[in-house]
Design a binder for this molecule. Sequence first.
Ligand SMILES: CC(C)(COP(=O)(O)OP(=O)(O)OC[C@H]1O[C@@H](n2cnc3c(N)ncnc32)[C@H](O)[C@@H]1OP(=O)(O)O)[C@@H](O)C(=O)NCCC(=O)NCCS
Length: 171
Amino acid sequence: MLTIRTEQTSDYAKVYQVITEAFKTTEYSDGNEADLVEKLRKSSAFIPQLSLVALVDNRIVGHILFTKAYVGKTTVLALAPLSVLPQYQNQGIGQALIGEGHKIAQKLGYKYVVVLGHAQYYPKVGYISASKYGINPPFKISDENFMAICFDKTICQLNGTIKYDDAFNIC
Ligand SMILES: CC(C)(COP(=O)(O)OP(=O)(O)OC[C@H]1O[C@@H](n2cnc3c(N)ncnc32)[C@H](O)[C@@H]1OP(=O)(O)O)[C@@H](O)C(=O)NCCC(=O)NCCS
């Protein structure tokens, strides 16, 4: 059975392994995703309620992190990274982690989530090109890979370039 809960400090070592394992075979990996999470946990961008783990039979098989980023004066969330162990992929776990994260994000009052990722994956859970919401990437990237979701059904319009936490190492 799949369970999703907030990450605990006692999960950190296992989460490190899950992220490393998940990204091992991906073409876009820089191999630093697990270290990025370690840095983000220590940063002011970290929101403990939005670091989630997925468990199957009490084993951690997936992880997702949403951290604070900024577009002008608006605080948005950056979804990164999302990891599911290879042998558990394509079973809906990634989408379940995103869905649970979205619920918590809305309860906490966040309106936008931005992601840099697979153009075929995130639209399944409501993401569209971030440019449609007036959110620009901090570097040159294909419009279809830089995506966002807005939870407000009335007004979704920003105007600016996203500023990620320094842990992302984006100048
Ligand atoms: C990407 C990832 C998180 C997806 O999680 P998952 O639990 O396997 O995905 P889900 O089961 O929720 O969704 C499955 C659907 O997504 C699609 N999908 C899975 N991985 C995909 C990818 N890398 N690119 C595009 N589509 C993908 C599947 O084809 C499937 O489509 P369908 O519903 O039309 O059949 C997981 O494959 C993973 O950890 N990959 C390695 C790390 C990574 O790339 N992270 C994301 C960085 S942007």
